[in-house]
Design a protein around this ligand. Structure first.
Ligand code: ZN
Length: 269
């Protein structure tokens, strides 16, 4: 399976062949109306970018892929492992009505027509779909989330809540910081060893005093451990820090940046 790059009048995003049964997109910087450091498809409200620009970016993106921006639901990402079961009452909490929750890094739903949004400026962003039980998920995972196992926990929540089965769940991982650029001190390898023991070692490389960690590799490993095979997982092989023209990278610019993201929505048929 593979990703497809789409260029919709200059708005560039990727889709995964594995998720062909649902409307979805992994966004890039290209195609929105924001300017300066936020140019152009910034999806981040909590910054100096004009709110009306960010809303317009959402509308342009949602129109390009055919989902309803007014019904969209966002995460509130704090690098924890809390997963929200999104219901009809949540529809519109992106910008049409108040978001009455916080501390949510994963979203799941079986309600058609509610786009779920997650965000990244290096962290992993992953979309999930079980076409048999008819449910979807969206997960943000930086290294803390990888150590906490929020991605397998979200897949398990889909099974527990909606009767999904690991052998039916399809998973697509968007661009994130690669092992090439994710240089850390020993705290990150220590967290990975605490989480999965020696199984973490193949995904961690020592270079002098520093470590380079393959976060997406660990996520794939953890999904396989709960019964999701490699054939069910698609991975966009782009590093956010290596591609500043396409992606914002916290590693490169600190907090002076926008965010890209991913969106997924069950159809209404
Ligand atoms: Zn890189």
């Amino acid at each position: 399976m593979a990703f497809t790059r789409h260029d919709h009048s200059g708005l560039v995003y990727h889709t995964s062949d594995l998720l062909s049964g649902v409307k979805h997109a992994f966004t890039t910087r290209l195609g929105g109306v924001s300017e300066g450091m936020y140019a152009a498809l910034n999806l981040r409200f909590s910054c100096d970018d004009a709110r009306e620009n960010v809303i317009e970016n959402y509308r342009l993106l949602c129109a390009a892929i055919g989902v309803d921006a007014e019904r969209a639901v966002p995460t509130h990402q704090l690098h924890h492992d809390h997963i929200r079961i999104v219901t009809e009452q949540d529809a519109g909490k992106l910008f049409c009505k108040p978001r009455d929750y916080e501390d949510v890094d994963g979203l799941i739903t079986n309600v058609p027509g509610i786009p779920l949004f997650i965000y990244s400026a290096d962290c992993g962003i992953t979309l999930l779909h079980d076409p048999v039980s008819g449910c979807i998920g969206a997960v943000h995972s930086g290294w803390r989330g990888v150590a906490l196992g929020i991605l397998p926990k979200t897949a398990e929540a889909m099974c527990r809540t909606y009767g999904a089965k690991p052998e039916n769940i399809r998973v697509a991982m968007g661009a994130g910081i690669g092992q090439c650029c994710f240089e850390t001190d020993s705290d990150v390898p220590d967290a990975m060893r605490d989480a999965i023991g020696a199984a973490a070692e193949p995904f961690m490389e020592r270079r002098g005093e520093k470590w380079h960690i393959d976060l997406r590799g660990i996520n794939v490993h953890r999904l396989r451990k709960i019964g999701i095979s490699e054939e069910q997982i698609d991975l966009l092989p782009l590093c956010t820090a290596c591609n500043p023209d396409l992606y914002w990278s916290h590693r490169l610019t600190g907090n002076s940046r926008g965010v890209q993201g991913a969106v997924i929505s069950l159809g209404k048929e």
